[in-house]
Ligand binder design. Structure first.
Ligand code: 5GP
Length: 348
């Protein structure tokens, strides 16, 4: 029997509640799960209902889950009927353009990047439906290049600061990818250290050739981080940490980089969530923010979670800079030591 045990593991990309599923042949036999859960698929004999167990579930109960094909079919149907929002046309965050309180990064991705790396704004294909992703355990071997660590953050998370802090404490193990810029070099700067200083023509050509994972404009100068810059950090056997707009995730999720994605969101005290809370300056990280700022931060986190949550390996709730840095360091250490679930396509 052990030999026949299924080796198919999937990561659920949606929440499933059998008691709310009208299509199931037997609600009691259903296996509830949440997005991010790892499921061991026991049988795929039936085209509509698979049997699966939840990894880590102490009862090890097997139950029915909708098959990938069936789930895709009904999502396609719901989208056609207009009861499912098209994930490719998300609402713009209400906060765009505003830059007070140092809450957000001061650059924007170019329009082209928002639409996907090749500039297309494609129709949603069946493969885009969030159902399951086949996964396997992966442990980085000592002779292998370190995994890429990708930080994404919602409004107020200050991931760049967090990244710099972790690297400053451990510069021999972690490093940033050196970005390109078209702005003039300052006297104390060295080419290839703070930035690769390039001409506008050079930068535009690189952008056109898709060399950047993301790029944007700031004060009429171009800035961008190249794929090559990540590779050159990894070639030195250091762990490369990048902080990017979540739009860049799709581009980075490759077998080469095996990114470990950490979503950083600021912890918003319960008291600040109520609209009636005092707006006068108080203590703590978010003491000076208005209720409106707080609501924007909350909305930003919700939006990123909805749109990109299925690509996130770990959520880090940032209380303050020091504790978030310590927590991030702990995560990075485990990343080099332990094994993790990764898409099967990354190791085949
Ligand atoms: P500075 O010119 O003072 O070194 O950087 C100014 C700003 O450029 C930064 O605060 C940041 O907003 C932006 N910037 C720096 N590096 C990058 C990058 O790799 N990509 C993008 N899109 N913007 C960057």
């Amino acid at each position: 029997d052990r030999l026949r045990e299924s080796k198919v593991y999937v990561r659920a990309l949606f929440d499933y509640t059998p008691l709310e599923d009208k299509a199931t042949p037997c609600q009691e036999a259903g296996l509830p799960f949440k997005r991010g859960d790892i499921l061991q698929v026991v049988t795929q004999d039936d085209p509509t209902w698979w049997q699966a167990k939840r990894v880590g579930d102490s009862t090890l109960r097997a139950g029915l889950i909708p098959s990938k094909q069936f789930q895709e079919r009904r999502l396609a149907y719901r989208m056609k009927m207009g009861t499912l929002p098209n994930p490719k046309s998300p609402k713009k965050p209400a906060s765009e353009g505003c830059d007070k309180a140092g809450l957000r990064r001061s650059f924007r991705l170019s329009r082209k990047d928002r639409q996907g790396s090749s500039g297309e704004c494609s129709e949603l294909g069946e493969t885009d439906f969030l159902t399951y992703e086949e996964v396997t355990r992966y442990q980085q071997r000592p002779n292998e290049r370190p995994r890429l660590v990708v930080l994404i953050g919602s409004l107020g998370a200050r991931i760049n600061e967090l990244k710099q802090r972790v690297i400053a404490e451990n510069p021999h193990r972690y490093a940033v990818a050196v970005p390109h810029t078209t702005r003039p070099k300052k006297p104390h700067e060295k080419d290839g250290v703070e930035y690769h200083f390039v001409t506008k023509q050079h930068f535009d050509a690189d952008a056109l050739n898709n060399k950047f994972i993301e790029h944007g404009e700031y004060k009429e100068n171009q800035y961008g981080t190249s794929i090559e810059a990540i590779r050159s950090v990894q070639a030195k056997n250091k762990m490369c940490i990048v902080d990017v707009q979540p739009e860049a995730l799709k581009r980075l999720r490759t077998a080469e980089f095996k990114p470990y994605v950490i979503f950083v969101k600021p912890r918003i005290p319960e008291s600040r969530l109520r609209r009636s809370a005092a707006t006068s300056p108080g203590g703590g990280e978010h003491g000076r923010l208005t209720d409106e700022d707080i609501q924007e931060m909350r909305q930003s986190a919700i939006q990123i979670d909805q749109q990109y949550g299925h690509m996130v390996d770990r959520v880090l709730i940032k209380e303050d800079s020091a504790s978030a840095c310590a927590e991030l360091q702990g995560i990075l250490e485990r990343l080099e030591r332990d094994s993790f679930w990764v898409p099967l396509s990354w190791v085949r």
